[in-house]
Design a protein around this ligand. Sequence first.
Ligand code: GDP
Ligand code: MG
Length: 714
Amino acid sequence: MSQAQLIVALAGNPNAGKTSLFNALTGARQHVGNYPGVTVDKKEGEARLDGQAVKIVDLPGTYSLTAYSLEELVARNYLIGDRPDVVVDVVDASNLERNLYLAVQLMELGVPLVIGLNMMDVAEQRGMKIDVAKLSQLMGLPVVPLVARSGQGVQELLRQAVLLGSQHPQWKPLNISYGADVDQGLSELAALLEGATPRQGLLSARWLALKCLEGDSEVMERVRENQALAGQILPVCQRLSEHMRATLDDEPESVIADYRYGFISAIARQALVLEREVRMDFSDKVDRVLTNRLIGPLFLLGVLYGVYQFVFWASKTPVEWFERLFGWLGGAVEATLPEGILRSLIVSGVIDGVGGVLGFVPLIMFMFFAIAIMEDSGYMARMAYLMDRLLRAFGLHGNSVISLIVGGGISGGCAVPAVMATRTLKDPQARLATILVVPFMNCGAKLPVYSLLISAFFAHRQADVMFALTIISWGVALLAARLLRSSLLKGSQAPFVMELPPYRTPTLKGLFIHTWERTWQYVKKAGTILLAVSLVVWALMSFPGLDAQQAARYERLAAQAQSDQERQEVANQRAAAELSATVAGRLGRVLTVVTDPLGFDWRTNVALVGGLAAKEVIVSTMGTAYSLGQGAKKSVDAEPLAKRLAASPGWTPLAAFALMIFVMIYSPCVATLAVIRRETGGWRWPLFAMLHHTLVAYLLALLVYQGGRLLGLG
Ligand code: GDP
Ligand code: MG
């Protein structure tokens, strides 16, 4: 045996034809030993290719690599510990989907892999036509058709294996998306495992995390050996399994398995043509309709439209209750506290600021509820599958859809987890393009802005306008992606596969938990970050205020006023003068030089600057601005902000629409910029997003506003 002898390991399900292949490769040059410490046979032999000897190791037959059985453990430990140069997975083509389960796990582990597609004769007899080239393209690895019993294809397989093995490729783990809950748990665990473990060679942190979630006994044992690490990992695993049992009524490992089969079924549906009718399960039958090229997209649009109708209809009354509650609260504080800074702080800073955002909680809640139904039932994955074709035309990837939806593609997401979800994209250029266009989606923070303006100016067409905004945000995102992919982010496209997990009936409890979790995050944000920003904005809008001389002038005018009406007039003038004498007032006014052509007044400008911190701030700031600018005394049942806006001079539906477009597109919020920096490893792309997106927003809002005016819509 020469030193540089290549080692090829054969893996495969029992009865896939491993022994037949082993015999065809090695002939009489074989011997049987034992794997160290266990009573599992280890068969080794030698094959010859162009006179060169290649060592072949026959692994125990397994259906999986999860360390449930001794065979699985032995096979896995050999792969990890001995690192053969290349692994050949013997797949029974007549049972393609079931056999690919092991292949997917080998891909997740990351071993250099060649598929030996055995039993091609049986598959043919059963009326199956397999597009081998397509299969190879989708899986991103060599696939060689075989009839091992007669030796057909065996030499070609050996040639491919040697070709791959002699390049000594790096292990490249496949990252599948296992649904929002698992994916999030994985990144959490992977962050803990990164660096903390003796990495058992080159295992990826995500793979170890995956094994923890699957409850893999071997990996868990290793984790328990390190007490400090176990103390961090175990509670996270525990929490996640409890969460999944509560929401999906299932264990993490079976959810993970579902997504693996989903990945496989998406491959099979493209590479496998069944010439005879075969038995279809429920999911297959439903998918025939819902992923149909024609009916699928129409159904999808119908679902979206229905969701908006439902959300606005269901939340109308509760939103009004909230508005009344905060109006009453402001009035009550005004009635009890004396006029002065404290009262202004509580009424304008806290109640009108934060209350304006909290008022939308019912709307957000119903939106999250609708999204939870789509996610938990499995429809979301079909949505992604359908969008996939469309997205490819714009230089994005199938998994971009998941990110775009997480970011608010249906509306009501968040760009922060969406940017992190792009980790499942292997192609770096497409990933970057996805990261950059995700902020265009209508995240949960933009919803209050839209709702406010929609109810003020488009009260009778709420769902229509929301639907239009969704379409516009996708249009802008796709066009921007296309432009980026043909300029800054050029590169070819790798094929990819979308997971199609089976449909499930969502449980009511699961829907409630998913809805509550997301709603609570929103409320928490309103109570913390937004409160802080609101207070800062309030201060900027309150100081320095009028100087003594100006104040005295208004005192005099008020004293001279003859009637209540005159007194009110003076009070309003004074309030406006006070506001424009503040830091924010001055800044907002300076900015009107550029925002005048868009129809934004100086209050809007202040709100947009505040919106860089978080986009909900736009609403809270407008709440504060229109509250402060209102005049000395608010009536006890103050008008909701929407009514105040609708009644303000200078505001038109057209200006409101231009503003919504601007808010949709302009610079991502600070949290998103931070996560972009983390995921792209530098300031270059977050800076790009900030400046470029704001410029695009400006141009589009300008187009809308000025174009609309030319058409006589202003
Ligand atoms: P192992 O369990 O993976 O080692 O599978 P074996 O090599 O023992 O094969 C299982 C059965 O399938 C045996 O009866 C083989 O003769 C048969 N077999 C293996 N390869 C082929 C093939 O390509 N075509 C057909 N028709 N039968 C095969
Ligand atoms: Mg065998």
